[in-house]
Ligand binder design. Structure first.
Ligand SMILES: Nc1ncnc2c1ncn2[C@@H]1O[C@H](COP(=O)(O)OP(=O)(O)OP(=O)(O)O)[C@@H](O)[C@H]1O
Ligand SMILES: [Mg+2]
Length: 286
């Protein structure tokens, strides 16, 4: 088979033509993704970029002296504890650091990029989680003042407008709620819900690992495809759990959903050629 990274951009496998939603994690080097998004934009292929920023938020929290904590839910999912100070840090990191860097990186590549957060144009509306279960030293405690939210609604109007104008929308958390608060929502979940709302042909979750790994310590242990049963087992733990859960949800309506590495040449094309982990709610791919 020919090398997918060398093929011309118009030949993107399977998902060519439709909107593609690409999510990039905060820890990954964005250079190769931005190169490929710029190529796609130049070829008139509609692409939405969604980003997280966990690593940048952690660094900023440390510099500002805001304590970081991880919530471990009873099902083994790990999430950021978003105390009132942390939602401010997170907003500063995502909208003040990560997003403008991505936008200026795209601008330098000749792309007109438009930054949007969940609160812009009611793009992502969430409801605050008023009681979060957290396992601490074997005991389950309830956290009531957290500023994280459950996504209730996605309104893709502004994203569509940007795409119609040939711009690349760059979308990030936080979300807004009905009372005017900013809430932390998972960027993978934002990407998944947006992909469904846009009727996207593909959702590409790019991260700092090659896909879902059978052994997170062994980069060569990539699993080619995951389904719902992987969430009941022990393999998909920690932060990867959010990604798989979000991907599974999107795969109900989005034909191609994959988790793959961001830090290599033409990562979108490689991911869509199968060099990652397909996420599929029902049965095998193909
Ligand atoms: N089974 C697994 N396979 C692969 N990675 C795993 C697994 N279990 C846990 N992980 C962890 O999940 C991480 C990827 O999720 P993480 O939330 O750190 O990145 P991201 O979602 O790309 O970035 P961001 O959260 O900033 O958007 C990997 O770096 C790895 O440490
Ligand atoms: Mg993550």
């Amino acid at each position: 088979m020919s090398d997918p990274a060398q093929a011309p951009v118009g030949d993107a496998p399977a998902a060519a033509g439709g909107v593609i939603v690409v999510k990039i994690g905060g820890g990954a080097d964005p250079g190769p993704v931005l190169d490929e998004v710029a190529e796609r934009a130049a070829a008139g292929l509609p692409t939405v970029l969604v980003h997280g920023g966990g690593a940048a938020a952690d660094r900023l929290a440390d510099r500002l002296g805001v304590r970081r904590e991880v919530i471990e839910s009873p099902d083994g999912t790990h999430s950021r504890r978003t105390c009132p100070a942390m939602i401010t840090v997170l907003t500063m990191a995502l909208l003040g650091q990560v997003k403008p860097q991505l936008i200026s990186g795209l601008t330098a590549r000749g792309v007109r990029a438009v930054g949007l957060c969940g609160a812009d144009g009611a793009l992502v509306t969430a409801s605050r989680k008023t009681a979060i279960r957290s396992v601490r030293e074997g005991r389950t405690v309830l956290i009531r003042d957290d500023r994280s939210g459950r996504i209730e609604h996605v309104d893709p109007t502004l994203v569509r407008l940007a795409l119609e104008r040939g711009n690349v929308p760059v979308v990030s958390p936080p979300a807004g709620d009905a009372a005017g608060n900013l809430l932390n929502v998972d960027a993978d979940e934002v990407a998944a819900r947006l992909a469904a709302a846009l009727d996207a042909s593909a959702l590409v979750l790019l991260t700092d690992v090659a896909g879902v790994l059978a052994d997170p310590g062994d980069p060569s242990s990539r699993i080619p495809e995951v389904g719902p049963h992987h969430l009941t087992g022990d393999v998909v733990r920690g932060r990867m759990r959010h990604k798989v859960r979000a991907g599974l949800r999107a795969s109900r309506t989005v034909a191609l959903v994959t988790i793959a590495a961001a830090h290599r040449e033409r990562p979108i094309r490689r991911a869509l050629a199968g060099d990652g982990t397909w996420v599929r709610e029902g049965g095998r791919h193909g």
